[in-house]
Design a protein around this ligand. Structure first.
Ligand code: APR
Ligand code: ZN
Ligand code: ZN
Length: 365
């Protein structure tokens, strides 16, 4: 029997979100219904509300979530009712050309639930990133559920479902940060802060945090940054070179851009050592173009200019491992939960996010 539960929906562009009744179908083949326990508020949710992703209103928002599997459809073997799971927005297909060559992190055909959740009048909902977890329950593809240690705090581990995984993965997966590497992170919001945590976990040193907001820099220091640079006061490229320059280095081995703007990408480009790696994990808007950089500098500086989709993560590999590190006290995911809020507090959370007051507000159900 389809169930009616409450969920947070963006009905029209730039209108405040509303808590309304939504209808969750029984899970069909390959699907699961998950009882949501916690879901972080991410910029992408606000982008959906602003029409910045696409025009397929109404959106069921929320996508950084953890919960308990309530029911599964036919043929589902990877999860079962009662499992504690973190939701991911990249259920890999196993069949596309990326999957075929064993690069599942690039899967070009990730999938979501086939059936649609709806409003009570039957209007189909577009779930944010194929998840839609600002709701008591949600319908997803079973592959979007990754089983993790059930003892873990849902509000903290749910964040692995998006921004925190993107940041940690940008460092350890895309940037291949290891001990002995110097790292600079430009932009220390939720994503950049997670890159700092990931770099610290991997043993990198120094770890240089760059931001224009002193509050973010203070937090970055708590999370493992060894140096902080306020780029509204000093030239970050010069500052980074000075910090790492003792052995003649012309910049950091790995520079992670976690803002998503041409000017900060350009800083990251020049803040690398020769043959260094630039990782773009911040998401630019469609109007932005590459900064004006002489092509000879691209050649002359060498190295790699990479993008990091979702931290190049493999949920089945990365989520349980990171949750175990969290449970062992080696990965401070609690530090990302600035506040726990109710499901009717999302507009207020958007406002705080907009002002940079929080790393993450997390809805707890
Ligand atoms: N130089 C350095 N830091 C900057 C600059 C700048 N010119 N402009 C903004 N910042 C900092 C902000 O002060 C903030 O700390 O970048 C950080 C951005 O953080 P958030 O707004 O919290 O965003 P976050 O969730 O971390 O996401 C970062 O990744 O997933 C994408 O869409 C997301 O593009 C965004 C980026
Ligand atoms: Zn695939
Ligand atoms: Zn997100």
């Amino acid at each position: 029997m389809p169930q009616t539960v409450q969920g947070v929906v963006a009905l029209a562009k730039s209108e405040p979100v509303q808590l309304v009744d939504i209808v969750i179908p029984d899970p069909g083949p390959g699907e699961a219904v998950v009882q949501v326990q916690a879901c972080g508020v991410c910029h992408t949710d606000l982008h959906y509300r602003e029409g910045g992703i696409n025009d397929e209103f109404p959106f069921l928002l929320g996508h950084e979530a953890a919960g308990i599997v309530e029911a599964v459809g036919e043929g589902v073997t990877e999860v079962a009712p009662g499992d504690f799971v973190v939701l991911n927005w990249r259920a890999v297909c196993g069949e596309c050309r990326a999957c075929d060559r064993g690069e599942l992190q690039y899967c070009f055909n990730t999938h979501n639930a086939t059936q649609k959740m709806t409003l009570t009048d039957g209007t189909e909902l577009s779930p944010a990133l194929g998840i839609g977890a600002f709701a008591e329950k949600t319908l997803v593809a079973a592959g979007q559920c990754t089983k993790v240690d059930p003892e873990a705090r849902a509000a903290a581990v749910g964040l692995l479902g998006c921004g925190v995984m993107a940041g940690i993965g940008a460092a350890i997966n895309t940037g291949a940060v290891t001990r002995g590497k110097s790292v600079a992170v430009i932009g220390c919001g939720g994503v950049g802060a997670a890159s700092i945590v990931g770099s610290a976990l991997a043993g990198a040193s120094p770890i240089i945090a760059v931001d224009i907001d002193e509050r973010k820099l203070a937090k970055a220091r708590e999370l493992g940054a060894t140096h902080v640079v306020n780029s509204s006061e000093v030239d970050p490229v010069e500052a980074i070179r000075e910090i790492v320059g003792g052995n003649g280095a012309e910049g950091a081995d790995v520079v992670i851009e976690a803002v998503g703007r041409p000017e900060t990408w350009k800083q990251a480009f020049y803040a690398r050592d020769l043959a260094g790696v630039l990782v773009l994990v911040g998401v630019p808007t469609p109007d932005m173009t590459l900064p004006d950089i002489p092509l000879i500098d691209v050649f002359g500086r060498g190295g790699a200019l990479k993008s990091s989709w979702y931290g190049d993560c493999l949920p089945k590999r990365d989520f349980p491992m990171l949750v175990d590190l969290y449970q062992q006290g080696r990965l401070d995911l609690d530090a990302f939960v600035t506040e726990e809020i109710g499901i009717d507090d999302i507009e207020a959370a958007f406002e705080k996010m907009h002002h940079g007051d929080v790393l993450r507000s997390v809805v707890v159900l």
